[in-house]
Design a binder for this molecule. Structure first.
Ligand code: ME8
Length: 516
């Protein structure tokens, strides 16, 4: 068993509504990274789940005339159903209403209390249910109707006054600043990092961490009149899913997490509150938090509360599973905001999948079927062009690894599609269809070089498009146990004289009206 480990998490999603493309965007990006690491020899744990307590979920149940438990059961299942729909490889799915979670969240609370970081007082201030967040007066504005809203999100805030436990966040300012200094890779991207550091430098107020006006939450240990503030409950999921407070094998192996992938609107919770809670409890802090941008539709953030959602099923119906996974990551530089356009999606899928990789595999393999007795030929007397293309294919892994480690998924994909373009350029310049008439031996070498490059491409696209990568490797008769990245090297090149299967189109072209 490998001693290299990798633990990646998505945010746990609120169950006040059904999943949409924004949630899938985040979860698929984590799935790609998790699959990449598994194929790259890491023992990997990938966690997702649902955030089921708090006022927002409670109110949404009330609005639907359902009990909170009914509403959470229903919507949590809809998030869980994304696993088969998007071919997600998560190892676990946590619900914060599970006993294993509640027990762990309470244990974390007790640790903070033992550390002397919790006290009882009363809270008077502004609260946005949509964000489940407290805001200071200077973070608010009045809209045209005089409704008070938070600048950060536009969510409406209401005045709240109640008895509450507080976490002594104000005492953590210097230690947090020191922590960011000592862990320069903790916050990504750098724009979020600057924002977080200046927020902390601006001074921290103690944080209200319990509520008494509703009971849909984890009871505070020792004072069940209070339920925990939904964020302290929710953040604990990253550890409770590993068995915390028990120091299970899973916990010892995977904590601290390598990456918490989150939307940029919740980096503050993950980069300020979470490390403060963990340091207070004497636990290690995650290695990195990556705050990705928002998918917008016609310029507005897609959200259940705003009501402009594209459903996950629509994406699959329009594009098919693997092209849908591909387009989520390809449509914009990963991490940036992006406005999803159906027309751009169709054009990219046709250019890079159907005409790019699909056509490369189809052209090469059908020529082998027709002209080489279905057999991969020898790769001898290689020319400089042959060598250059092969070495670009073998070197691709190192480049993609660097980019994926830095969560620059789009850059990693660029490296892969450079090889696709180079291979399509090579096929055009070598013109094996012309060699068929003049130099059959050379034609066989060209097609064999191309097949080997296609094998490398089939291997490396597996994290992004697992089924399509698998189909390409099936056609080349690559055994199932030779599909990890250690095989992406000349030492494991396709054997000569293997007989391949007739190619089947891996990426169908989307017809013009799909772009309408
Ligand atoms: O914030 N574009 O849950 P949530 C891109 N429960 N990503 C989007 C998106 C969009 N339009 N909309 C949502 C919560 N997301 C808390 C998290 S974690 C301990 C608790 C993604 O249901 C994005 O990753 O509001 C965002 O951070 C996440 O869904 C939040 O989902």
């Amino acid at each position: 068993m490998s001693d290299k480990t990798f633990y990646i998490t998505t945010p746990i999603y609120y169950v006040n509504g059904d999943p949409h493309m924004g949630h899938v965007y985040c979860t698929v990006s984590c799935d790609v990274l998790a699959r990449f690491k598994r194929l790259d020899g890491f023992r990997t744990h990938f966690l997702t789940g649902t955030d089921e307590h708090g006022l927002k979920v409670y109110q949404s149940a009330r609005d639907k005339d359902m009990s909170p438990q009914e509403v959470t059961d229903l919507h949590s299942q809809n998030f869980r159903d994304l696993q088969p729909l998007f071919n997600l490889s998560n190892d676990d799915f946590i619900r914060t209403t599970e006993d294993r979670h509640k027990k762990g969240a309470q244990a974390l609370w007790s640790k903070l209390e033992e550390a002397g970081d919790i006290y009882l007082d009363s809270y008077a201030g502004w609260y946005a249910v949509r964000d489940e967040a407290y805001y200071n007066e200077d973070e608010l504005y009045d809209d045209e109707k005089g409704v008070k809203r938070a600048h950060a999100s536009g969510a409406e805030v209401k005045w709240v006054e109640e008895e509450s436990y507080f976490f002594k966040l104000s005492e953590w300012q210097d230690r947090l600043l020191e922590f960011y200094e000592q862990h320069p890779d903790f916050i990504h991207p750098s724009s979020s990092k600057n924002e977080i550091i200046s927020f902390v430098k601006g001074g921290l107020k103690d944080l209200s961490i319990s509520r008494t006006t509703f009971d849909w939450g984890v009871p505070v240990p020792g004072n069940e009149k209070h339920v925990m503030y939904v964020w302290i409950d929710a953040l604990a999921n990253y550890m409770t899913a590993l068995g915390y407070p028990e120091k299970t094998d899973l916990f010892n192996t995977f904590w601290p997490a390598d990456i918490h992938m989150v939307g940029k609107e919740i980096t503050r919770f993950h980069c300020v509150y979470w490390p403060a809670f963990l340091m207070s409890a004497g636990l290690s802090t995650p290695k990195a938090v990556f705050g990705h941008g928002w998918m917008t539709v016609e310029g507005e953030k897609m959200s259940k509360s705003v009501g402009n959602v594209i459903t996950p099923q629509t994406l699959i119906d329009r594009y098919g599973l693997d092209p849908a996974r591909f387009i989520l990551l390809r449509i914009a530089p990963f991490g940036n905001d992006c406005d999803f356009s159906h027309e751009t999606a169709v054009n990219l899928i046709n250019a890079e999948l159907a005409n790019g990789l699909g056509n490369l595999a189809q052209r090469t393999l059908s020529m082998i079927i027709k002209n080489c007795d279905e057999q991969i030929g020898a790769r001898d007397n290689l020319t400089l062009e042959d060598e250059a293309l092969l070495s670009q294919a073998y070197q691709m892994l190192e480049g993609v690894r660097v980019e994926f480690d830095a969560v620059r998924l789009h850059k990693g994909m660029e490296i892969i599609w450079k090889v696709v373009s180079a291979a399509n350029g090579y096929i055009d310049s070598q013109a094996p269809w012309a060699l068929k008439k003049t130099d059959i031996a050379r034609m066989k070498v060209v097609l064999s070089v191309l097949s080997e490059v296609i094998r490398c491409l089939g291997l490396i696209i597996q994290p992004i498009m697992p089924d399509s990568g698998g189909k390409i490797l099936d056609q080349l008769k690559v055994p199932e146990d030779q599909r990890s990245f250690e095989y992406l090297s000349p030492n494991h090149a396709l054997s000569e004289n293997i007989t391949i299967d007739p190619p089947q189109g891996v990426f169908p072209r989307l017809v013009e009206e799909d772009a309408a």
